[in-house]
Design a protein around this ligand. Structure first.
Ligand code: SF4
Length: 252
């Protein structure tokens, strides 16, 4: 990722860009606003090598016995397995490329998502889109889903029994998509996907594996948190760079 692309990313995320006072320095620092560089093209996904990793056996076995996309979507839309079906407006199944390399998994629908039936809309969604663009990805190129398909009232944390009820839907989506990388955004997603109570601050910054699938999983902060804590945006950028690096290494 070039410096120009980093600057573009930071600007898209709303991070004020500062540069070194000394001419010729390449180091971007906090201190003095400057005229933005001319826009540069984001890194093309074509730069990411084609997948070569074998499909894990566990996915093959599940895939042969599971629901296809239309059946899965219909099952979710009618689901009453947990109490959240009482308060939802719409289920939020997930959107995007069903053959995506990247699977982005968040926590649960919020108010806007519940109304529109789509994950990551509103301000947090716009920030996620900006993050993806900086990594060379359009929103339509990835698949975006949540741990829960229905909104918890007042945006409370998901309850363990709700996560347990809803997890088979997400697992089936993972089996169908067969992503090359999972990006877990936010504490709830990361902790549930990794079956841990470790804080998100300690989960981010390294490459995990999603259970026994062999799919690399990288945790990062939720865009809603970044809106409240903009100083953490640089760490999320580092996480995206780690994700890009992981995909490149996976392809060699
Ligand atoms: S949250 Fe999941 S398990 Fe609960 S009602 Fe919605 S789709 Fe069903």
């Amino acid at each position: 990722m070039t410096r120009e692309q980093q600057l573009q990313y930071l600007e898209a995320m709303g991070v004020q860009v500062w540069t070194a006072r000394h001419a010729g320095s390449e180091a971007a620092i906090e201190g003095e606003p400057v005229t933005p560089d001319p826009p540069v093209a984001a890194a093309s996904v074509a730069e990411i090598p084609a997948p070569v990793a074998p499909v894990p056996d566990v996915l093959d076995e599940a895939d042969s016995a599971g629901l296809d996309w239309p059946a899965l979507e219909a099952r979710v839309s009618e689901c009453t397995l947990c109490e959240l079906h009482n308060s939802r407006t719409r289920t939020v199944f997930g959107v995007g490329n069903r053959s995506a390399d990247w699977l982005v998994i968040g926590e649960a629908p919020g108010h806007d998502e519940d109304q529109q039936g789509e994950p990551f809309v509103g301000r947090a969604g716009q920030l996620l889109n900006a993050m993806l663009r900086a990594a060379g990805l359009q929103r339509e190129q990835v698949f975006i889903a949540n741990i829960l398909k229905c909104r918890p009232p007042n945006n409370r944390d998901p309850k363990p029994d709700e996560v347990a009820c809803c997890e088979p839907y997400l697992l089936r989506q993972i089996e169908l998509i067969r992503p090359r990388l999972i990006l877990a955004v936010g504490r709830i997603a990361a902790q549930n996907l990794l079956n841990t109570q470790t804080p998100i601050g300690k989960l981010r910054g390294e490459v995990h594996q999603f259970r026994d699938t062999g799919i690399p999983l990288i945790a990062t902060y939720h865009p809603a948190y970044l809106l409240r804590s903009p100083t953490e945006k640089r760490k999320s950028w580092q996480d995206l760079q780690l994700a890009l690096r992981t995909l490149r290494e996976q392809g060699t």
